[in-house]
Design a protein around this ligand. Structure first.
Ligand SMILES: Nc1ncnc2c1ncn2[C@@H]1O[C@H](COP(=O)(O)OP(=O)(O)OP(=O)(O)O)[C@@H](O)[C@H]1O
Ligand SMILES: [Mg+2]
Length: 267
């Protein structure tokens, strides 16, 4: 595949669930090796977008391609971290073994020798800064520690694309930035394309190449400064919103009305 071709290409794509369009007419392209934040209010269809790229949710119109081919289920090129993972506190599996599952699950064809596997697992654990607790049971770890282990698991299989659904949601601000920086490093070093769903763009703003904004039944893709603007987001939401920039450079999206959702839990 030529280096310039897209990692993700949507062409007038729509998803319909329960007789209702979640979003429609989505046209966008993400380049290989880009780090993309997926933003938008609860229930807008961010998780649905990732699931559409995984072939877990069918399109009702249009086309979706990953690395130049139509989306398909079980694509080994994609590593996926679903939203809101919880481990039973009594779960005895060691964190390092959980990371290793990401490797075994993705090893098609020639099996990787065990020594090489162990060192790759250890490398990924070191990369996410989890070496100190990797030998402990996953259920005992804090939410943020579990999150790092899950990110290592998503990385270890050597996927060309990572779809991470709110991987930062139980991390404190410093750790959100540290993990974002780490993910950008993986994008740069290994050419991995990353779509990361986030609720607050600010901690990740210095690291991302582009944003995909999902709101009001529409999907918009562009550079953060093109997309996260009062006029652009007001059009996208179909309702007045205002983007404010604080004196320390943070972007704040102020909605005059809460987005209407007919599913109270929104997931
Ligand atoms: N299997 C399903 N059947 C019917 N409706 C669904 C299904 N899955 C999701 N939805 C609805 O589709 C919409 C988009 O859901 P989605 O989970 O993609 O939102 P989201 O942007 O990820 O929200 P959040 O920020 O809360 O995670 C919601 O209204 C949700 O209730
Ligand atoms: Mg979601």
């Amino acid at each position: 595949m030529s280096p310039g071709s897209s990692a993700v290409a949507l062409d007038r794509a729509a998803v319909r669930l329960d007789g209702r369009d979640v979003w429609r007419d989505a046209t966008l392209q993400v380049g290989q090796g880009e780090f993309v934040a997926v933003l938008g209010p609860n229930g807008a269809g961010k998780s649905t977008l990732l699931k559409a790229l995984l072939g877990l949710v069918p399109l009702s119109a249009g086309k979706a391609e990953v690395f130049g081919r139509p989306v398909r289920r079980g694509n080994p090129e994609i590593g996926y971290l679903p939203q809101r993972r919880r481990f039973d506190p009594d779960l005895r599996i060691r964190a390092a073994d959980l990371v290793r599952l990401g490797l075994d699950g993705a090893s098609w064809g020639v099996p990787t020798p065990s020594v090489a596997k162990r060192s790759r697992v250890a490398d990924m654990i070191a990369l996410v800064g989890a070496s100190a607790y990797a030998q402990r049971a996953i259920g005992e770890l804090s939410g943020g520690e579990q999150q790092r282990i899950l990110i290592a698991q998503a990385l270890v299989g050597g996927a060309r694309m990572l779809l991470l659904d709110e991987p930062l949601d139980s991390l404190d601000l410093n750790n959100q930035q540290a993990i974002s920086e780490l993910i950008r490093g993986v994008c740069r070093a290994e050419g991995v394309t990353v779509l990361l769903v986030a609720h607050d763009v600010n901690p990740i703003l210095p690291f991302i190449d582009r944003v995909v904004y999902v709101a009001g039944g529409h999907v918009l893709c562009g550079h953060p400064e093109e997309v996260i603007r009062t006029d652009t987001l007001t059009r996208l939401y179909g309702a007045p919103v205002e983007v404010l920039r604080t004196t320390d450079g943070r972007l704040v999206v102020v909605g005059l009305y809460e987005p209407v959702s007919h599913h109270a839990d929104g997931h």
